[in-house]
Design a protein around this ligand. Structure first.
Ligand code: PHE
Length: 516
């Protein structure tokens, strides 16, 4: 908005008024050929709103000389130059001599042909050019000179002709034809912007000139709400999940029991992830109630599931020998800030086990969530104690690893990430587990983009899911793709109190194009 054109200098306004005082109507391109159109218009609009001028917009075609046209206007047409050179040499000129005199082979080549045709020159027996005309008239040069000064030519045929010869070009010029308005004066009078109490008291309002309202003026740009870059990427990812048939999981609880965050996922109670260094524990209240149904429709026996989980940890089942340690019920009830949204996936899968599909068995399902998780990490440029996890879970009968890798290709392909690579990894709840990598051309290196795996029978069958139902899960952070997308190297630019609001306000929308 603060463009200079919207606020023309007083100088230009004074110049317009003075020029108009002498010449009326005044044509802006003639009076101010070098002043930008927008500046003139802004000045005129200011004067017009005060009834000091009236103006009409006029459009006209102007003829401008091309480079060759300029040269002819300055030095004469090719044929005229040939004639003049030949006429000056008493003995006539050979082609080479002519070329030397004029210094441009091209001028000689075109010029001598035309000069012959016009019967200005002829050739002697010894091959020299000789002038035969007394004098000539260089019509083209004359026409171009006229155009150079007037930017047009009275004969439209001449204009068309010169344009065809590429000596001139036509250009549309917008100009203003300006007349004096009813309140014309040589300068804008002093203007009051507001009617004040003082003016009313003194009566000066009666004679004051008020600045006219400009109802067309745009208001100052307002700072409106803007989606945070993480939200923009999140929205894009959600639409990819929905498009691929996923259902969104309810991830509204940040606090979970150790049971859902760890035990249901067959994470042993001595696992380092459960250490204070890795997990935030809640002090008050320290313990959750035993797992239970949260809605009357949920007919699962949570108490039995809790006990069954204990048995599988201690002694194993479903082909597993278990961990062989005394499982503590109290440890499983300790409240934690969830360390992954897989805690929610666990409770979703447990519920799925009770759903009867058309054939009486749990139907295939696809769940996803994108929400916050917490880890007791040392904070650095790329790690905070909290981040957003993108999680997907696919449950189906007889799923194979090949199908899952195919799915990953499609899913990440939609985000523009291609050429996935896998590395065997370890999660207590999946076997096999695979870290997912991709080559990032922008960074010039291979980056880890996620973690994945097939849930173990100890997890699924304890929940009551059928043996031949396989469940594949994967997780990635929302921050990583967002940082890459926006070229951010420090996570604090994205999260926390140091975030630059201008960046949030102006970050472009993300559209995963499906291209890397
Ligand atoms: N929970 C894993 C991601 C994951 C989800 C589901 C299966 C396998 C892995 C993580 O936090 O990295």
């Amino acid at each position: 908005m603060a463009h200079s054109a919207a606020n023309p200098t007083g100088d230009l306004i004074t110049q317009v008024l003075q020029a108009l005082d002498k010449t009326e109507p005044l044509v802006s391109v003639d009076a101010f050929p070098a002043t930008p159109f927008v500046d003139i218009k802004a000045a005129l609009d200011r004067l017009k709103s005060r009834d000091m001028v009236r103006y009409d917009t006029i459009e006209r075609q102007e003829a401008l000389l091309e480079l060759e046209g300029e040269e002819i206007a300055a030095n004469g047409s090719h044929e005229a130059r040939v004639f003049e050179a030949v006429q000056k040499a008493m003995e006539g000129l050979s082609v080479r001599e002519l070329e030397e005199t004029i210094g441009d082979k091209n001028v000689v080549k075109i010029g001598q042909g035309k000069a012959f045709k016009e019967k200005w020159i002829s050739k002697t027996k010894d091959g020299k050019f000789k002038a035969i005309a007394e004098s000539i008239k260089d019509v083209t040069r004359g026409q171009l000179e006229t155009i150079k000064t007037t930017r047009t030519h009275p004969d439209t045929k001449t204009l068309a002709d010169l344009k065809k010869r590429k000596l001139i070009r036509m250009q549309k010029v917008i100009s203003f034809k300006i007349h004096k308005g009813n309140k014309f004066a040589l300068e804008i009078p002093d203007e009051a912007t507001d009617l004040t109490a003082d003016m009313i008291a003194s009566g000066s309002w009666k004679t004051a000139t008020f600045k006219p309202y400009n109802f067309k003026a745009l208001g100052a740009a307002q700072m409106a709400g803007a989606l945070h870059p993480l939200n923009k990427v999140r929205a894009e990812l959600r639409s990819i999940f929905f498009e691929m048939g996923f259902e969104e999981m309810p991830t509204n609880k940040f606090v979970e029991s150790g049971f859902w965050n760890f035990d249901a996922l067959f994470v042993p109670q001595q696992h380092p992830a459960r250490d204070l260094q890795d997990t935030f524990y809640i002090a008050d209240p320290p313990l959750a109630d035993k797992p239970r149904a949260e809605s009357p429709e949920d007919k699962k026996d949570y108490e039995a599931y809790w006990n069954h989980t204990k048995e599988v940890h201690q002694d194993g089942e479903f082909g597993s020998i278990g961990y062989r340690y005394p499982w503590s019920g109290e440890e499983s009830l300790r409240l934690v800030l969830r360390t992954h949204t897989t805690a929610v996936s666990a409770s979703m899968l447990h519920k799925l086990a009770a759903v009867e599909g058309p054939d009486g068995r749990p139907p295939p399902a696809r769940y996803f969530s994108i929400d916050r998780v917490f880890r007791n990490e040392s904070v650095d440029a790329t790690h905070l104690a909290e981040f957003h996890q993108v999680e997907g879970v696919i449950a189906d009968y007889n799923l194979s690893m090949g199908e899952l890798m195919e799915f990953m290709d499609i899913f990440f392909g939609k985000m523009g990430i291609t050429g996935l690579m896998y590395k065997p990894a370890y999660n207590p709840y999946t076997e096999p587990s695979m870290e997912i990598f991709s080559y990032h051309a922008g960074l010039g290196k291979i980056v880890e983009i996620g973690n994945s795996g097939m849930f173990r029978p100890e997890v699924l069958e304890t929940m009551g899911l059928p043996k031949d139902m396989r469940v594949f899960g994967f997780g990635l952070s929302l921050e990583r793709p967002t940082m890459i997308k926006y070229g951010i190297s420090n996570i604090r630019e994205l999260l926390g109190h140091k975030v630059d609001l201008n960046f949030v306000q102006n970050s472009p929308a993300v559209q995963f194009s499906g291209k890397a």
